[in-house]
Design a protein around this ligand. Structure first.
Ligand code: SAH
Ligand code: SF4
Length: 393
């Protein structure tokens, strides 16, 4: 299978160039075209000799994501729906600086990226798993989400036509202006919390993150990259042994096996006892604070009986707790608790001396969980196909 150039580490490309009897600086130039200037065609690499461009074209692909739809929320969050080469749809979400999110507050932009098409883990509250699992994303498809958003951002000064029949990514005067950390780089924080279970696509994810972290690639510090997992204990241990210092977030959503089993099938495979040991191992190896994600779902996990076990777990792991009010998903019956229940849950946790935050959102608009835009779009496309399939009389 032909690989995409964005799946290669610098030393692999350098070795390839040596095989082609190319001087070392040519590889540096090619990397600069791909990651510095984010070009989408070989011919744009104008300082590379034509023979070299032809060799690259013959041996590698240089694919980019096609923007299908773009959705802006009042709070400045922007959701991108992309189409891949096999017609699959994935989402990325651009989140302007938000002190309540991951890492310290600063003038920065966080991108939430997907790692799989669909998800096999079937958490009962989540849109990403509703249609089942289709496939893992390749490293280049993960990397390209960052590059495509940065490319889109640069184009904002020059309005572009609508992509692929979708909504035109035109500048919107009502939305807060985006400010890049440097004119070159918009994204300096990554959260691996889009569609899919990242640790189930371990190899591709780690290759992508090495590329996004490298100074010749995305230039995003490992400490600015947060990987979220539903709790794949063996892979958490594996990640703990990786030299890069990624942050880890655990989608906990229940502090007892009874509650977790109800909403997260993965807990039957890796119950809390096993997950806790893996997290402890991670915490010791990395000396990093783990975040426990806790979606508040009315009548499911928002009872005060969760407080004691949740506080015990957070204190044992020296973890902070991130409370997230549930976002409604079309077709699912779960609901978010009232604000007073949310605040009460937070206060009870703080009483137990747990470091906790509550994400206070302006509504269900964009923050609507990842995976939803794709589901809506797929429904529309399936309906269109059905209409097209009706024989004309
Ligand atoms: N599979 C990984 C990462 C992707 S999900 C994981 O489960 O951690 C990213 C986060 O969004 C998880 O914490 C997940 O539980 C949460 N999430 C899923 N559906 C949600 C919803 N409807 N409302 C709020 N958060 C949701
Ligand atoms: Fe998959 Fe995460 Fe959604 Fe669970 S919450 S179905 S693991 S994407």
């Amino acid at each position: 299978m032909v690989r995409d150039i964005k799946s290669l580490l610098a030393d692999e490309l350098q070795a390839q160039f040596r095989d082609w009897n190319q001087p070392a600086y040519r590889a540096t130039q090619a990397l600069d075209w791909v990651y510095g200037r984010r070009v989408t065609s070989w011919d744009a690499m104008t300082n590379l000799p034509k023979v070299l461009r032809d060799l690259l074209r013959k041996h590698y692909t240089l694919q980019s994501l096609a923007l299908v739809q773009l959705h802006r929320a009042e709070d400045g969050t922007i959701k991108f729906l992309w189409r891949l080469d096999d017609q699959s749809l994935i989402e990325s979400v651009l989140i302007p600086a938000n002190p309540a999110l991951y890492g310290e507050a600063s003038d920065r932009h966080t991108l939430c990226v997907s790692t799989q098409v669909g998800c096999a883990y079937g958490c009962k509250f989540c849109a990403s798993g509703l249609d089942g699992y289709k496939r893992n994303l390749r490293p280049d498809e993960i990397v390209e989400q960052v590059l495509a958003v940065e490319r889109w951002h640069l184009q904002q000064t020059v309005p572009a036509p609508a992509a692929d029949g979708g909504v035109a990514p035109a500048a919107d005067s009502a939305a807060p202006a985006l400010k890049a950390a440097s004119p070159e780089r918009l994204i300096n924080n990554l959260v691996i919390m889009g569609m899919g279970e990242p640790l189930a696509n371990y190899e591709n994810l780690l290759t992508a993150l090495r590329i996004l972290n490298a100074p010749w690639g995305g230039g995003i510090g490992a400490r600015k990259i947060t990987i979220s997992t539903s709790g794949l204990a063996p892979q958490i241990r594996r990640l703990a042994d990786d030299p890069l210092q990624f942050r880890l977030a655990i989608s906990l959503h229940g502090a007892t096996d009874e509650t977790r089993n109800k909403i997260m099938p993965v807990n039957r495979k890796f119950p809390l006892s096993e997950l806790t040991l893996a997290c402890e191992y991670y915490q010791k190896r990395k000396e990093r604070m783990i975040t426990l994600e806790y979606i508040l779902i009315s009548g499911v996990n928002d009872g005060l009986e969760q407080i004691k076990p949740l506080a015990a777990l957070a204190n044992r792991l020296n973890a902070k707790v991130n409370l997230i009010p549930y976002n409604r998903v079309e077709g699912l019956d779960w609901v978010r608790p009232s604000e007073s229940v949310q605040e009460g849950f937070l206060a009870a946790l703080e009483d137990q001396r747990v470091v906790a935050t509550l994400r206070r959102e302006k509504g269900h608009d964009i923050a609507a969980a990842c995976g939803q835009l794709r589901l809506q779009r797929e429904k529309v496309e399936q309906a269109q196909k059905k209409v097209a399939a009706v024989p004309a009389r």
